[in-house]
Design a protein around this ligand. Structure first.
Ligand code: GAP
Length: 441
């Protein structure tokens, strides 16, 4: 596995994970039977399960385990006035250049004055290209019916700030958290699901008194870094990197990224930005609605400042898969194994009757039904038990429960662990509590 001291180009790992994703039903090219649509992906059964687990792990840490954050689920289609106020219509752009020779288009800041496709240096001047997807609401395609697909979920939280402060009886410091799809017309999507035009975000807007924003930004950097470690990424593959001044988004006075060591080098997983009062001030001015908070204790009115940890769920999935992929040898046989955290793995348990004989199926199915009430399970009775273990290892299932002929007599089953391959015999009655106890490693 790659470590920071090794050259950061483990493209064999990248290919192995991309290949596994397709072969085992994690990620498919979208509409593949029609030739796909560039850099757009569908999440197959295992990908859908894993993405859901990532969302839940984030939700647990950011909402469920706290008392100062509330959730929101805002619309994707947004009134253009929101993007005018937020500055996205004017400044959410990338510099675009065209190669005059091969007609490819590139982000000017990602190339060195020559076209990566044909090597020509006959490039156009860079011009700003807005990344927002535009559409029309209603039957008439005219300027007054323009709407945008959100390029970030954040604005939904700013424009609902007042609704939430009032209905939930909150005062700063408190946060609004949201998970959902976002859309950006990226010029150069790529590296599998690392950069796509449709992706999923997990964002928190944390509203604080203006003088407290530095302290809270530090706090959220540490919290977010430890979340990735909690769910299984090794500390040496993670780092915090403060942005240089010229990298900052138009709304940020300071941003620190959580970065992961991808096979091609360090890359952003999440940005923790100090958005100051930029957004609330802009929406206050454009809407004419006061968004100030009145602090009863001090008698002061102020616009809260915002610290924003903004993560990509689909990008996090890729990092979790890359960090978990391993190959080892069991009994002289090579195996590929995803050492995923049990809460992130698509299935937590596989129930495997030792043989397909009718005598074992009723008990195996009874065990399955007991476990299914608590855990995501797979049932598999085809092929040899060794091949079935290998298959579960490769998709990251942390526990296999094997029902054998002795189980019919003693009401016990064998629990096999993915990482160590150790096997333990235990009573069926103890299975649920044992496995639930093993989820948080
Ligand atoms: N509201 C702040 C914001 O949107 P961002 O850094 O542009 O910040 C946050 O995006 C996160 O969303 C990134 O750290 C990354 O994980 C993910 N992300 C951004 N653009 C993406 C893309 N085109 N494809 C996949 N994930 C993306």
């Amino acid at each position: 596995m790659t470590t920071p001291s090794e050259p950061a180009t483990d493209l064999g790992l990248f290919d192995a994970v991309v290949n596994l994703c397709k072969r085992r039903g994690f990620v498919f090219p979208s509409a593949e039977i029609y030739g796909g649509i560039r850099s757009t992906y569908d999440y197959g059964p295992l990908g859908a399960l894993m993405l859901r687990n990532i969302r839940e792990a984030w939700w647990r840490a950011m909402i469920q385990e706290r008392d100062d954050v509330v959730p929101l689920d805002a619309a994707i289609l947004t009134n253009p006035k929101v993007w005018e106020a937020s500055g996205h219509l004017a400044t959410f752009t990338d510099p675009l250049v065209d190669c005059r020779k091969c007609k490819e288009r590139w982000r000017a800041d990602q190339i060195e004055n020559t076209c990566p496709n044909c090597g020509s240096s006959d490039l156009t001047e860079a011009r700003p290209f807005n990344l927002m997807f535009k559409t029309f609401v209603g039957p008439v395609e005219e300027e007054s019916s323009v709407a945008y697909l959100r390029p970030e979920t954040a604005q939904g939280m700013f424009v609902n700030y007042l609704n939430i402060e009032t209905t939930m009886r909150r005062k700063p410091p408190f946060g609004i958290a949201q998970i959902g799809r976002a859309f950006r017309n990226e010029i150069t999507p790529g590296n599998f699901v690392f950069r796509t035009r449709e992706f999923e975000m997990m964002e928190l807007e944390f509203f604080v008194p203006p003088t407290d924003s530095g302290r809270w930004q530090q706090y959220w950097c540490e919290e977010r870094l430890s979340w990735y470690k909690r769910y299984g990424i090794a500390p040496e593959k993670l780092r915090l990197r403060p942005h240089e001044a010229e990298e900052l988004s138009h709304y940020s006075s300071g941003t620190t990224d959580v970065e992961f060591l991808f096979p091609w080098g360090w890359g952003e997983l999440e940005g923790i930005a100090n958005r100051t009062d930029f957004d609330l001030r802009a929406h206050q001015e454009h809407s004419g609605t006061s968004l100030e908070h009145f602090d009863q204790a001090s008698g002061e009115r102020y616009l809260p400042h915002v610290v924003e940890p903004a993560a990509g769920a689909t990008r996090a999935m890729m990092a979790f898969l890359l960090a978990a992929y391993d190959e080892d040898e069991i009994g002289g046989e090579r195996r590929a194994v995803l050492r995923l955290h049990p809460r992130i793995a698509p299935y937590q348990v596989a129930v495997l009757p030792l043989s397909k004989k009718d005598t074992l199926s009723p008990l195996a199915r009874e065990v399955l039904h007991r476990l299914q009430r608590h855990l995501m399970c797979e049932y598999d009775e085809t092929q040899s038990i060794g091949r079935r273990y290998r298959r579960q290892d490769e998709i990251g299932t942390p526990f296999c429960v094997t029902v054998d002929f002795d189980s019919l007599e003693d009401q016990q089953v064998t629990v096999r662990e993915r990482d160590s391959t150790n096997q333990t015999r235990m009573a069926i009655d103890d299975l649920v509590s044992h496995l639930l106890g093993r989820l948080d490693i």
